[in-house]
Design a protein around this ligand. Structure first.
Ligand code: NAD
Ligand code: MN
Length: 354
């Protein structure tokens, strides 16, 4: 019997709606299975909690999370709290506290989804985002605040250790895929210190993976590549900021932000990893019951794979694909289905596929 203890942090806005849907689907997956149970523990770490108590994560919260097998996260962000506070006090505290340095973001086009891109069926990418340092190290400062000569700095920190481990992770990901291709993304023409170090270490690490073919792109050039020659890309490795941006582009190209998942991994398994849809709390559709839950479902697939439940992961992925292919789409994909209708349909398919 595999009993998986999962910490559930729905967060804010549609995070609550899609994570509720995701939990339902996971429960249906386990209902007839005598080998697997999910033990969900809910945490109300949200902007609402912050506004009431001044804290997203209560004292000792990170310690408590440590005992879980995985974290299923919704989204954080509220109109009443500045975004840099919600992001740093909740999501980044977990990512950095648990050294989840590898952020994995798959993108592909499901049959039944119309992409704005002509060669959309060529999209089958995995973007590997360095998730622990770089542009989001939190370094910098402000002097002469409010004065005309005010200066703000945002200092990126790149370490040999941080760069080498993310490149190794990316090469291993590339090696595990049929095409075995890896694209390095930096901006080492204009940024000549940390970015050049990224390039150098990439080519050092590449020597250990002779079966992986490699190309190098500048971050501005990769955006045109993604749109015009999507078939040329397979696995992409990029810094925290660059990968953040290009993975939103990847999600939009494959149909909608509402379907894309991500995993924040601590590959060594010293700490729990965290799984979340890439979208935010979506103020504009919160409470309307029309959030697309597919991103949260695909996220659950990644979490199942991580937990070693490969058969369940496959079954859920097939169910999602069948429902999407049937044309049952939320408004973000041009349809009129509600979160509930899509969730019901996926639960029904999960029950049908045994
Ligand atoms: P967003 O992802 O919340 O929304 C962008 C657009 O995509 C909106 O029009 C929204 O309705 C739509 N959308 C997103 N997810 C959808 C879904 N599942 N179904 C249908 N439509 C969907 O990004 P934003 O508007 O820039 O940010 C809103 C808040 O979320 C901000 O506070 C921001 O900081 C936060 N945010 C959090 C995360 C996170 O928790 N990881 C990520 C991005 C943004
Ligand atoms: Mn982002």
């Amino acid at each position: 019997m595999n009993s998986h203890r999962i910490a559930v942090i729905p967060g804010d806005g549609i995070g609550l709606e899609v994570i509720e849907a995701g939990k339902r689907v996971l429960e249906v997956l386990a209902e007839d299975n005598t080998d697997v149970t999910f033990d969900f523990v809910d945490f109300d770490w949200s902007s609402e909690r912050y506004l009431k108590t001044g804290q997203y994560i209560p004292d000792g919260g990170i310690e408590e999370l440590k005992t879980f097998d995985a974290i299923y996260f919704g989204a954080v962000g509220s109109e009443k709290v500045p975004d840099h506070i919600s992001l740093w006090d909740l999501r980044l505290k977990i990512c950095q506290g648990f050294d989840q340095y590898a952020n994995v973001r798959p993108a592909r086009v499901f049959p039944g989804i119309t992409s704005r891109l002509q060669q959309a069926e060529d999209i089958d990418w995995v973007i590997i985002r360095e998730n622990s340092e770089g542009e989001y190290s939190g370094n910098g400062g402000r002097v002469h605040q409010g004065l005309p000569e005010e200066v703000g700095t945002e200092v990126s920190i790149f370490t040999r250790k941080g760069i080498e481990r993310i490149h190794r992770f990316a090469f291993e990901m590339a090696q595990s895929r049929p095409r075995k291709h890896l694209t390095l993304v930096t901006k080492s023409n204009a940024q000549r210190h940390g970015m050049v170090l990224w390039d150098e270490i990439f080519f050092e690490v590449a020597k250990d993976y002779p079966d992986v073919t490699i190309t190098r792109e500048l971050v501005d050039a990769i955006t045109t590549r993604m749109v015009l020659k999507p078939h040329m890309l397979d696995v992409i490795v990029a810094t925290n900021l660059h990968a953040d941006i290009i993975s939103d582009l990847a999600a939009a190209l494959s149909g909608s932000l509402g379907i894309a998942p991500t995993a924040n991994l601590n590959p060594e398994g010293t700490f729990p990893s965290m799984f979340e849809p890439i979208h935010g709390s979506a103020f504009d559709i919160t409470g309307k019951g029309i959030a697309n839950p597919v991103g949260a479902f695909w996220t659950a697939v990644m979490m199942l794979e991580h937990l070693g439940e490969t058969a369940l992961a496959k079954r859920l992925m097939t169910a999602i694909e069948e429902v999407v292919a049937s044309g049952l789409h939320a408004p973000d994909l041009g349809g009129s289905a509600t979160t509930r209708e899509i969730t019901d349909a996926v639960c029904e398919r999960v029950r049908a596929i045994r």
